[in-house]
Design a protein. Sequence first.
Length: 365
Amino acid sequence: MSDPAPKPGIMAIDAYVGGESELDGRDQVIKLSSNEGAFGPSPKAQEAYRQAAGNLHRYPDGGAGALREAIGVRHGLDAAKIVCGAGSDELISLLCLAYAGQGDEVLYSEHGFLMYPIAAQIVGAAPVSAPEVELTSHVDSLLQRVSDNTRLLFLANPNNPTGTYLSGDEMKRLRQELRDDVILVIDAAYAEYATRDDYSPGIDLVDAAANVVMTRTFSKIYGLGGARLGWAYCPADIAGVLNRIRGPFNVSAPAMAAGLAALADVPFTDKARAHNDQWLAWTRKQLLGLGLDVPASAGNFVLARFPDARGRNENAAEAADRFLKDRGIIVRAMKSYGLDDCLRITIGREDEMHAVIGALTEFLE
């Protein structure tokens, strides 16, 4: 008798590996590897999480009603069309589970979030990537790769790890030229940081069509990555599908409590956004001054492309990564995204940004 075996294709998946958090031999590090909020969670969110501890024996609200209502009020949305999940990752996986399978294709941009191809492969669908132009998603390239088998198109806007974005007009064109039976999933995880006048998170597209979904997260500007909390704004029919297949208690009570408090603490969010605006611009300017190629970013991170190794027989980005780690600084190597010559650097606190720029200045001397 043979041993248990997973479904075909499962073992071909490259498991997702998050940003490193620790370094051997160091009790304290500067962690700029996971695009976490520079200030962490709001003190009010922390207190709400602590207060929830006394009721851990109680099941949470399976419909996340209070949280959905609060999200709806904050963004002017119909709460009935909001579905909450254990991070937006869960909602991405649920969309693939519901709408894709064997023989189907899931489309995404060349340097899109790694969870898109993983979620596709889990359900037996084929992930298909579309080339980018100057590290930016390209509408025509995406449309050219839509086939009869395409079921979902995932597009992070702003994109992780490049930081680039498509304007609201370009997103509207993508929707208009996409087949009506293909679901356009706009992953707006970094929307709270995107302050450009021509940016739109996609709410208008969801309201105008039956095949557009917008996902959001509490992991970035709200600093609740450890709580695992996200949400999707969907057409009513798609919301109904997701509610049928999600777990009955897929969001924990402490996570919902923290999310409610984080939403209400608008001054803290505004402070985090202003900090990011300042230090994102400063960091990019410093990196450009060091001779690195750094695309303009609409997120809370920058992607730095390193030149060849200055006479060394090694990849310059890998050498820089090791150099930073030797100084207790963790950033994100981009080899898994096909960007071997790049490092992604999260915008942290002021002292952390001075530390990473100082170390890179020393490395590039």
